[in-house]
Structures are given as C-alpha cells and as structure tokens.
Design a protein. Structure first.
Length: 264
C-alpha cells in the first residue's frame, strides 16, 4: 500500500475515534435521572434480600453451634461415665459481655460442664432449687457466644408433618429451653467459671442434663425423661428481636440425643 494512502487511512480513523469520544463524553440530565432511578429501585429490592440471607446465615450457624454442643456434651457423659450439663444464657447483644453478666436479648452464651466424681451431685428432689457445687465440676467445652440470636419458646407443632408448623409436639411444657421456659430460677443451676475460686460471671438456669447412658432432659424436670426437648431460636439484631422469618426449633430426643432442626 502506498505511504500516502496509509497515512490518509490513519487520519480518517483518528477522526472517527475523536467523534465517538465526543459523542460519549457526557450524559444528558434525563439519562442521569434514569440511571439514578434504576439504582434506587435495585437498592430497594436487593437490601431486604441481603438482610434475609444474612439472618438465615446467622440462624444456620447458631443451629449448628448448639447442635454440636449438645452432641459434644452427651458424648462426654457417655465416654466418661458421668453426668454433664449444657447451659444457655442470653445477654444484651449490643454491649460487651460483663462480669457479672447481665441478662438481655441478642447474644446466647453456651457452657458445658461435667461432674468430676461421676455423680449427679445434687438431689433431683431438691427444694428450693439448688446450684450445682462448682468445686465438683469441670469445664468440658470452651465458653461459646452466639451473636444476633434470641432464645424463644414456641407453641407446639401440630404433629402432622415434618415442617416447623407441623413438627412433633412436646409431651411436657417443661421440655423447653426458651425465653419463658423454664421459668427463671426454677431449676438446679450451675455457674461459670467452675471451680469456686473465681468471681462468678454467668449463672446458667436454662440447662440440659445428660446422664452417663446418654439420656437428656431439662434439669427442672426432676429426673423425668420425655421423648422430645425443644430449644427455640429467633433472629435478633443487636438487642432487637426480628419477627416473622428464619425461626428455628431444635428438637432433641430424650433417649437417643438425636437432634432434628425445623425451620420457618
């Protein structure tokens, strides 16, 4: 190709590129308003969806943490031929954990302990309720804190299916761990830390008790084993309860210790 022709072609191409750049260098006010409107609409649609996904993720993590703690506490009881206890405490999710702790909403604290001598330590017929002697306990799992979750007592399911609403009903109203059951202070309880030589931070009155055979009951039930125990969970943000979505009922079989998760 002759040099003059090539040079002309290059210049023509440059002029076309400059024209395209001038045409795309800015947007009209109408175009900007359209873009802003689209972004606003997407924000309205996407933010609630992301919040729901975050809530669902929190509840999944909480469910797995509690299920794992139940299995670990039961396994220790059977492996060491002793009694063990898993305690639930709820504190204010917007503040750091205090010593002593303050009850509130939004952060669940779990602690698991075992009898050092293999006995139940306290009498199942004790009245008034007693605390389990901390000098005869040992910590078996690290203290666990679960953020953005609230303990909740749910009405029974219908027992007609396998969903949250149709899950098996409990045969005893005492077989719940939630915000209204068991009543505060109505059960033998234990404290954290164990050992009796350090200032008490947590007092656990919502307690699951496991026997050396692996049977589990709510410790207020005076030795009565029921087919099912239920731990209710509800999402929370800080210290505010979120209603309506991502509800969880964690049912524990009284004899086998199997855990089944029901979600809504």
């Amino acid at each position: 190709m002759p040099l003059t022709v090539a040079s002309s072609s290059i210049k023509l191409g440059e002029r076309r590129i400059r024209g395209w750049l001038r045409q795309s260098a800015g947007y009209t006010l109408t175009e900007l308003l359209v873009v802003i409107t689209i972004i606003t609409i997407l924000g309205v649609l996407v933010v609630p969806a992301l919040s729901s996904l975050t809530g669902a993720g929190n509840m999944t993590s909480a469910s797995y943490a509690i299920s794992g703690a139940v299995q670990a506490t039961r396994s220790y009881a059977m492996a060491h031929d002793t009694y063990t206890w898993l305690g639930f405490f709820e504190e204010d999710g917007t503040t750091a954990s205090a010593n002593p702790a303050h009850a509130g909403i939004g952060r669940i604290v779990l602690s698991a302990v075992a009898s050092t001598d293999g006995t139940m330590i306290y009498s199942s017929a004790a009245s008034p309720p007693v605390y389990i002697d901390p000098t005869r306990l040992t910590q078996i799992i690290k203290l666990t804190r679960i953020q953005n979750v609230h303990l909740k007592s749910y009405p029974n399911g219908s027992g007609t299916g396998t969903t949250f609403a149709t899950r098996p009903p409990l045969t005893s109203t005492s077989g719940r761990i939630g915000d209204t059951a068991p009543p505060s202070g109505a059960v033998p309880f234990f404290q954290y830390p164990v050992g009796g030589t350090v200032a008490v931070q947590y007092t656990f009155t919502n307690v699951l008790q496991f026997s050396p055979r692996g049977e589990v009951l709510v410790s207020s039930m005076a030795g009565v084993i029921t087919p099912l125990i239920e731990v209710g969970l509800q999402p929370a943000h800080g210290n505010v309860i979120s209603n309506g979505q991502n509800l969880v009922a964690l049912q524990v079989a009284g004899i086998s210790g199997n855990v089944i998760l029901y979600r809504q």
